[in-house]
Design a protein around this ligand. Structure first.
Ligand code: ZN
Length: 374
């Protein structure tokens, strides 16, 4: 049953790119030129940052990180900064800069011990990896390999809401209650790390920007879904407290279709409810349910397990490309209905016949820290 996967295969798109902010040191000027040339060589066209490019390389003042204000949620931002001294703790210094500059990926450049430079790539998941200081062409090859997944992807994070959820489902059912129980259980297992308190470091204006673009009030982690019937499934909504998934139409949503022309998921909600957005990972779950009728439930957590197959490219959540890679890895497993797929530098997507089936299989095997690799 590959019809859906096949019908929505679309060519990879190369984003238009733009530069924003001041590359105000010799090193940053060299960096801007090098990465710009590498991206143009790959076929990316350079445009003005006002033109809603797919990717913006945004130079950030480390003392005063300011956001690049996207006009469209389809714009990815790679923040870049250089500091004069290497901090003891890279992440606690650089992660707030990623958040304050509203970047999807943050490139943090420090002096290295041998007089060169070290380049750290800080991810939204609060991890990082390092590029070695090498000769120019190799270095920009490596930098581009980390930026490219953001510069050739399509986000499927639009929603089409239909307020026609059948009456008997409006207060939920055994499946939505199973999702509620799973959320409590994940919380009990310590697998719902406290959402990063972005409201504490962003101004009210920037928070409004984040809410408008992404519909979230904090970076929340993981998600849970359960199949309702052949074509639909219930899933935890975007940016909600996963330890309290109670209200249908707000905390738990019935995902009922995917409209590729609009990069949108269709959500059926009760009338009169102001719905939350679908999880950015809904497209990934959609593909899995469509292709494998034996999948009854899916859990995604930011944790790891020993000996699993993992995606090669760290595509952003909510992209068509990530969903395709996860589908491919599930397909290759002996039993796609009971698969564990690693999402590089990010976490796990686990399929099962039911949520209990998943919990039984992961019991005692979860590694909290996701390994970070270049
Ligand atoms: Zn995730």
């Amino acid at each position: 049953m590959n019809s859906v996967a096949a019908s929505c295969v679309q060519p990879r798109r190369l984003s238009e790119i733009a530069f924003h902010g001041e590359a105000d040191s010799d090193y940053l000027k060299w960096f801007a030129e090098g990465i710009g040339q590498r991206m143009e060589a790959a076929g990316h066209e350079r445009v003005d940052s006002e033109e809603s490019p797919g990717l913006v390389i945004h130079f950030v003042d480390p003392g005063r990180p300011r956001p690049f204000r996207r006009k469209s949620q389809g714009t990815f931002v790679v923040g870049v900064t250089e500091v004069d001294e290497k901090p003891d703790d890279i992440l606690s210094t650089a992660y707030p800069m990623l958040v304050k500059s509203l970047s999807n990926l943050f490139i943090f450049i420090t002096p290295s011990d041998d007089g060169g430079k070290d380049t750290y790539f800080i991810t939204l998941e609060q991890g990082y990896y390092t590029a070695r200081d090498r000769d120019g062409a190799e270095y920009f090859e490596e930098v581009y390999s980390h930026v490219a997944p953001l510069a050739s992807t399509r986000l499927v994070i639009n929603n089409i809401f239909r307020d026609d959820l059948p009456e008997e489902l409006r207060d939920g059912n055994a499946r939505t209650r199973a999702i509620y129980d799973a959320g409590r259980k994940l919380d009990g297992m310590g697998l719902l790390p406290t959402a990063f308190p972005i409201h504490e470091i962003l101004s009210e204006r920037d928070m409004q920007h984040v809410r408008r673009l992404f519909g979230l009030g904090g970076l929340s982690y993981g998600n849970v879904s359960v199949r309702e019937d052949e074509d639909t499934f219930w899933m935890s909504a975007r940016g909600v407290d996963k330890s309290n998934l109670r209200e249908v139409g707000r905390d738990v949503l019935l995902i009922s279709d995917y409209v590729p022309e609009e990069d949108a998921m269709v959500v059926r909600v009760p009338p009169g409810v102001e719905p939350r957005s679908a999880s950015v990972d809904a497209i990934e779950h959609w593909n899995l349910y469509k292709e494998h009728p034996e999948i009854g439930a899916i859990i995604h957590i930011h944790a790891w397990m020993e000996g699993i197959e993992s995606t090669r490219v760290n595509y952003p959540c909510g992209t068509y490309e990530l969903a395709q890679e996860v589908a491919e890895l599930a397909r290759q497993q002996p039993d796609p209905g009971r698969a564990v797929v690693g999402l590089k530098n990010h976490g796990l997507t686990i399929t099962g016949h039911s949520l209990e089936d998943i919990f039984e299989r992961i019991d005692g095997k979860i590694i909290r820290q996701v390994p970070m690799e270049p």
